[in-house]
Design a protein around this ligand. Structure first.
Ligand code: HEC
Ligand code: HEC
Length: 316
């Protein structure tokens, strides 16, 4: 073998490999091709996933949700573009009258291969990926997608979440941005307001029904405490243009306690516009929800007026 020629035709890097392969497999006449059999090779599973393995539709997804929405949902999609480079050596023996030369040429073939998604790991317990199966074998050239849900309970503002996808060829971080938009309380025209109040005077529970419920009991299911107050009470008690008959709960002239809040929430007051929220009275809230809103208000709104006996000096 003319190693000098090999250097010229194959290039430095290839030739070192080539020379080894050539030497090892001399009996086949010098042409060596690695077998095209897919063998999952986990030796790279711990590093980052290189480019050119999975082509992602997007590495960062973004969504806007309304305050009170329970889940944000994303779908990540990809195509398996992974290949394995097979180097074949082609040997040419050229004999002229005066000289015999051996040319070794390296030919690289790219063979598409499978990728195995083994697992995912999220940046927080609130984020979960739904893989169709584990391990998930993506055939050569195959496409796939999977959902990721982020539980938004108790969250506000802009959230950033990450999910790491582990494969046999390395891991990839995918990002999600969730913009929780402030709750928009729509403004009403005077005519609408007057009409709604007339309806409520006839039936104070009307706010929980059909049209009225779209503004008055949005996203109440599964909510407790302050988030629930924001969804079902604030529309009447915290709005700027509310009727004069709707009291400011932060400045009540009566003494309050847990029982006071619970009773008002559960039963409201017949003959007024304050509805009864308990399911027993035909309202939308269960006992647990009522208890947590009462507990929230009892903490957030200190009893007024403070009885003199408990008016001790501040301890901290
Ligand atoms: C449809 C509008 C509306 C909604 C929704 C509403 N309220 Fe009221 N609320 C009123 C009105 C009107 C009154 C005054 C009742 C009266 O005239 O006695 C009132 C009175 C009250 C009072 C009595 C205050 C006092 O003066 O002693 C409390 C406490 C109260 N509401 C709490 C709540 C809580 C907590 C929620 C949510 C679970 C809620 N309200 C939802 C309209 C509303
Ligand atoms: C488009 C959203 C929306 C819808 C639909 C809606 N409301 Fe309201 N409601 C509000 C807002 C906002 C307030 C707070 C006062 C304001 O800004 O006008 C309110 C306040 C009230 C009040 C307290 C009195 C007052 O004016 O402050 C009552 C009672 C009421 N609504 C009853 C109803 C009834 C009954 C219906 C269905 C016929 C209804 N609402 C439909 C948004 C709505």
């Amino acid at each position: 073998m003319n190693l000098r020629r090999a250097l010229f035709s194959g290039g430095v890097v290839v030739v070192f490999t080539a020379a080894g392969l050539f030497a090892a497999d001399n009996s086949t006449g010098g042409a060596v091709t690695s077998p095209a059999v897919y063998v999952p090779d986990m030796s790279h599973a711990n590093g980052p996933l290189p480019d050119g393995v999975l082509a992602w539709n997007s590495l960062t997804l973004e969504t806007n949700v309304e305050t009170g929405q329970e889940l944000a949902r994303f779908t990540f999609g990809f195509t398996n573009v992974a290949t394995r480079a097979d180097i074949s050596l082609v040997t040419n023996v050229v004999t002229t009258a005066s000289l015999t030369t051996t040319n070794i040429t390296a030919v690289t073939n790219f063979t598409p291969v499978s990728v195995v998604i083994t697992d995912t790991h999220a940046s927080c317990g609130c984020t979960t990926a739904q893989l169709p199966q584990k391990p998930w074998i993506i055939p050569p050239g195959g496409t796939g997608n999977f959902g990721v849900t982020v539980n938004l309970a108790g969250q506000t503002g802009m959230l950033f979440k990450m999910i790491t996808v582990f494969t046999d060829k390395g891991s990839k971080d995918l990002f999600m941005r969730i913009n929780i938009q402030p709750l928009v309380i729509p403004s009403l025209t005077d005519a609408e307001r007057a009409r709604d109040v007339e309806i409520a005077k006839a039936d104070r529970q009307a706010v929980f029904k059909t049209d009225c419920a779209t503004c008055h009991v949005r996203h109440a299911e599964g909510k407790y405490g302050k988030p629930l107050y924001d969804m079902v009470c604030a529309v009447c008690h915290e709005t700027e243009h509310r009727a004069a008959t709707v009291p400011d709960l932060h400045n009540l002239k009566v003494s309050t306690n847990d029982e006071f809040w619970r009773t008002w929430i559960a039963h409201g007051r017949a003959g007024s516009l304050m509805p009864a929220f308990s399911t027993a009275d035909g309202g939308p809230l269960n006992d647990m929800q009522i208890a947590t809103v009462a507990a929230y208000l009892n903490t957030a709104i200190p009893p007024q007026p403070v009885p003199a006996a408990t008016n001790a000096p501040a301890s901290k």
